[in-house]
Design a protein around this ligand. Sequence first.
Ligand code: GLU
Length: 506
Amino acid sequence: MQAKSVQRVRTRFAPSPTGYLHVGGLRTALYNYLYAKRTSGDFVVRVEDTDQARKVEGADRRLLEVLEATGIVPDESMVNGGNFGPYVQSERLGIYARYCEQLLEQKNAYYCFSTSEELEENRKLQMKQGMQPKYNRKWLPEDMGGSVPLGEIRKKLDEGVPCVVRMRVPDYISVMFDDIVRGPVEFDSSTIDDQVLMKSDGFPTYHFASVVDDHLMEITHVIRGEEWLSSMPKHLLLYEFFGWEPPRFAHLPLLLNPDRSKLSKRQGDVAVEDFLTRGYSPEAIMNFVALLGWNEGEGSEKEIYSLRELIEKFSLERVGKAGAVFNIEKLGWIEKQYIKTRPAEQIMGEIKPLLEEELRQRPTEMDAGRITSADYLGRVIELMRERVDFENEFVTFCDYFYFDPQAYDEKAVLKRWAADTNELLGEFTGVLEGTGDFSAANLESTLKAFVETKGKKPAFLIHPVRILTSGVGFGPSLYDMLEVLGRDAVVRRLRNGIERVPALMS
Ligand code: GLU
C-alpha cells in the first residue's frame, strides 16, 4: 500500500517595508518560523511593497537583518533565494497582471473609472443614509449585471483614462472558514465591498497580491495578526474565483499595552532594533515574543525557552484568542534569567570588544593585559551576573573593575567616615600590603582581626574600603571584589582615596 503523501508545511512572513520591524511583526515571523520548523517545513519571507507611497528605501533588507539577528533565518527570501521567487512583490507585477486578466475574462472582476472625488461623494452619501460605505458599482458592465455598455468601457480603455480593477463580490452568499486559533468564522457577503484588485498605477493591492503569491508560493499556513481577519472574505472569494484550494489560516491575538489599549507603532518602544540597541539579547527578545499569545499548556510554569525548545513545543492550538499584554518588565526579567545562566565565555565574547573600546578612549591605571584576560573577566562575570540587567553592564556598571575611581559617592563618604577612619584605613592598607594571601577568605579574617584590635566592628572599615576601592557604596561581596581587583590596585586605590577624602568632608 502506498503511504499517503503529506503536504510539506510552508509558512510565510510578509512584511511591508514601511519602516522598522515592530515587535508584533517579530511575533508573526517567529510563530510562522516555529510552525514551519516544527515539521521541518519551509519558512518564506516575502516583501509586500505594493504600496509604493509608503515604501521606505532599504527597509526590506533591514527587516531581514533584524530577523536574522534574532535567530530567525528564512529558507527563502530576497536575500536567501529560493525556487518561488522573486520574493519582492514589486518584481512580480507581470504575474499579477496575468491573473487579473484571468479574473476579468471570467467576469469576476471589472474596470472602474470612478474618480476619487466621486468615490468620496458616494461614501458621504451612504454614511448619511446610515449605510455601510461600499462602492456603488457605477461601472459594473452590462454583461455582469450592471448597466455600462461594453463599448463605453472599451472606449475609455483605448483613451487611456485612469482606472482600477475591482472584484465582483457575489450577492447573497456567506463566506466561512475555520481559523486555527479562532475556530469557525462566518461573513455575510452583503458586508463585503467590491475590493480594488489592481490600482491605477499598475500595482496590485495587498489583498490581490498576497492571495496570488500565497498560492504560487505554495503556502500551506497563513499565520498573521488579527487585524487581517476582516480581509478574509475577500481573500477566500479570490481563491474561489481562481478555483484554488486556500491555505489554512491562523489569526494571532492583538498585542495590548498593560492598560489593555492596542499596542501601536506610535507608542514607541516597539521597534525590535531598538530593543537590540538597548542591550536586550536576541534570545531574550525571542523568548519574550514567543510568550505573547502562546503558552505550553495549562499549569506550565516554565517561562524560559530556547529557540530549539520552542521549535519542539510550539503549536498553534495553544495560541490564545484573547489579546496578549506586552509588558516590558517581563522582558527585563527574562533578560536577567539569561544573564544568570549564560556561559561566561559567551558573555566574554560580547563584552571584551566593548571593554577594549573603552580602554582605547580612557587611560587606566590597571594592567590592561590582566583586566582583559579571560581569567579576570570570567571572575568579574561570576561576581556580577546577579547584579546586571544587561550584558553591556559588565562593562558600564562594573567600571571600577577596569578603572580606578576618579570620584567617590559623597553621601556615602559623609555617612561612613568618622574622625579616625582615615587613620585606621591607612594602617589597614599597610597590613594589606604585607599580606601574603590575597584571597577573599583571608582578606575577611584579616579585616576582622584588624578592627578587633582597634575595638571596632567590621562595618567600621568595610564601607570605607568599598567606597575607596570602587567609588560607590554598594556592590558585590567586598572581599570577593578585593580579591578580583588584586593587591596592587586595592592598595593604590586606598592610598589615593585616603588623600582625597578629607577634601570631600571639609
Ligand atoms: N503585508 C501585510 C503586512 O504588512 C501582510 C499581511 C499578511 O500577512 O497577510 O502585515
